[in-house]
Design a protein. Sequence first.
Length: 357
Amino acid sequence: MFPTAVIGSLPRPAWLLDLLHKYVSGRLPRADWEKACDRAVPFAIALQETAGIDIISDGEWRREGYFQVFYERVEGFQPDFIPGRTRRWPAVVAPLRRRGPIVADGAAFLRANTTRAIKISLPSPYVIVRRFYSPEQSARAYPTREDFLRAVEDVLLEEAREVLAAGADCIQLDDPMLGYFVDPRYREQRSEHWGTGQFADVEQELRLAIDSVNRLSRPLRDAGAYVVLHVCRGNIERKSDAAGDFSIIWPALCHADVDELALEFAMPQAGSLDVLAHFPKRMRLGFGCLDVRCPEIEPPEKIVERVQAALRYLPPERLTLTPDCGFAPSGVNPIPLDEPYQKLKSLADAAGQLRAS
């Protein structure tokens, strides 16, 4: 009962961040970067294992961020086309070609260094389309966003199969773009989000995103994978990009054909748990019951209280206990390294109390 899992990312130690910046700027060869990660990732593993977490990741330390890794490892992109909050992002300008593993090599290293269940996360296809499709620059390679979406799905399916072959127990698809639609300002395109692309009809976008997840999830589940869809509202510098109740996107989320839907409920803007009264019986809930954005270390008792509130809607055997989001989806998140350890200890202690009650 009550297995615990991370969503994915952990903040990096300062020395690894220094090397990351050199690697991203082209001043450190990839081979040297991978060697540094081979030294660092066992620390991330030990942090989670010692905290008592059941399903662990490599902290996503090998990648700059959860979606950047796609254009770093896949051919077809040209830099500096799409304006963003802090930089100009690449646009797809040529047919995609996977140059080799995107994250599967890291999955093999993680599998070799722990006996616990491991989770590997990938960006959802919809996130990649919203980030990197430019009508002006991309149409020659992919006349429509839907064409690009299908190409991204093909690349991610190939990668996910290699991740499974490397020993992963769980594949998670990360999609904060879906979560942004809880915010009325975002739905009306008044929120001045940079670098996330434009859209015309919200309901059409929700269908596009969920249909894409399902096309990717079904063959993976048929192959024996446990597939999670993680929907959040962004997490950068302890801030969320969107505020609003899940109810406004709930019908779309309920059409996801995945094993587990991971949602954030600990953050103050998360809204009511009442949506869980209509949670699909065919899925588990990855219950975000630990706030990763606040600096305070919440005691286990507070987490237990949140879980008990969720138990009014779902039985214990359908709950996985998780943080709301990754601790550091971006390499620049200013979170001290000891903070996730203390918070994950609280999460594991809460699970222990719930199992004993």
